[in-house]
Design a protein around this ligand. Structure first.
Ligand SMILES: [Zn+2]
Length: 162
């Protein structure tokens, strides 16, 4: 993992703050595959129509497992911001900026909480428009047969609209 000298480039799952995203270990792997295509998606129940965010594997309303993937907006407006200077995970450089983001009317999900990236402290204000930003995170090892392979993965945040 980058930025942790004692590990000398070795992988540490204890210091890994990102989910294992591959199909073999994660039932919402479709969410990450869609991110790789620039799509921000979540699940909708085919039985009762309940839309959940974050995505689910079981409907929290009717417990159906018949869910479909739907697209969410990739742009929204900042409602409020929090800058975190302390108590943040190792490997991250403070501050971490989190935003409560509101999607336009008609969106199946009204708000999301997300990290903001590609901006300085104080740059983004309430009411500013932000957009989805998908970025690579360090690969993780996975056993496949007798071999250990490295699995690529991504994560998301939002960034100011340029
Ligand atoms: Zn349901």
């Amino acid at each position: 993992m980058k930025g942790v000298p004692i590990l000398e480039g070795r992988y540490s799952n204890i210091l890994d703050m990102f989910p294992v995203e591959c199909k073999e270990f994660n039932r919402i792997y479709t969410f990450y595959n869609n991110l790789k295509e620039g799509r921000f998606t979540t699940t909708k129940c085919k039985g009762c129509g309940k839309v959940s965010y974050p995505p689910r594997v079981i409907c929290p309303e009717c417990y159906s497992e018949k869910l479909e993937w739907i697209d969410l907006p990739t742009r929204g407006k900042v409602v409020t911001i929090a800058e975190k200077w302390r108590g943040i995970p190792i490997c991250f450089t403070p501050p971490l900026i989190d935003a409560w983001i509101e999607f336009p009317d008609g969106s199946p999900v009204k708000h999301v909480l997300s990290r903001l990236i590609n901006c300085e402290v104080g740059q983004v204000k309430e009411g500013d428009e932000v957009q989805l930003a998908v970025f690579d995170v360090p690969s993780h090892p996975m056993d496949k047969g007798k071999e250990s392979i490295m699995v690529d993965r991504v994560f998301f945040a939002f960034e100011p609209v340029k």
